[in-house]
Design a protein around this ligand. Sequence first.
Ligand code: SAH
Ligand code: AVI
Length: 319
Amino acid sequence: MSMLARTAARARLHESEFARDVIAGLSARPKWLWAKYFYDDHGSQLFEQITALPEYYPTRTELGILEDRAAEIARFIPTGAALIEFGSGSTAKARIVLRAAAVAAYVPVDISAGFLASEAARLSRDLPNLRILPVAADFTKPFALPAAIRTRPRVGFFPGSTIGNFEPSQAAEFLRHAARLLGAGAHFIVGIDLVKDQRVLEAAYDDAAGVTAAFNLNLLRRINRELGADFDLERFRHKAFFNRPQHRIEMHLESRAAQSVLVCDRVVPFAAGETIHTESSYKYTVESFQALAAQAGWSPAAVWTDPKRYFSLHALRLA
Ligand code: SAH
Ligand code: AVI
């Protein structure tokens, strides 16, 4: 490749939406990045490892609720419906619903395109009679559902408390967007992590094995690889804490020293101790989530929790 062609290729790379978002976030005070960018192939695999950690209670708690309540949940899913899952990941939770309900088509939607394709292929080997229509998309933006489900009743599925990774105003906007996509009379099954003891919360986001730290730092590795930046991962540390007034876990990457990093040909300075806010994970009460959903037109139809009230699963109905 000639020098001119290399320069043009680099300029194109720096004009991508990912590059624009990274530059905007690292130019802001305080610095921040969108959590959706955690999920490249490696990020998706690290998230799967997180779900198996002893400290990370949300996945096993929600799986328990789904197993215990599968028959009740299935009553909200009409025969022949299309089940549309937002942020499907490994599809482990959908598998429980798909076993319990007479779903005709499953539409997993995920931003992590490679991981989505391999998980959809694995599911189709396990459930050969189910129509699986994966959609690789950013669900914060408008996207089209497959034409094949046009005439089917639609049920939304959004487990994992992934909605907690939105700011509450973005969560309300997302719920409005989901209402438009799913249509009048639709049901939406949504998993929500609940406010609880601070030690339980903080351990879940700062595990002893360091998997969550690796997940957080992988974002810098991705920026290095995809945008040609020169973050030295050894010079940043993972930080996670519960911000009680805001009801959210915050994850940050803290600079261990004063340093400069080159990102898209720009010099990004860091003071020692300065952080990049990489994720918020909002925790709700059953009532505060129902109030948020109501802002977007969703009424509560049922709610299930585990005996410790760590996690809640909501069936919402579009009025
Ligand atoms: N539903 C699974 C996975 C949760 S992890 C579970 O409950 O265990 C969050 C998932 O949402 C990941 O698979 C990630 O790739 C996806 N995701 C995050 N932000 C997204 C976005 N903006 N658009 C589409 N998918 C997104
Ligand atoms: C996907 N999401 C709901 C996870 C959470 O708990 O906020 C992401 C995560 N971040 C660190 N650990 C898990």
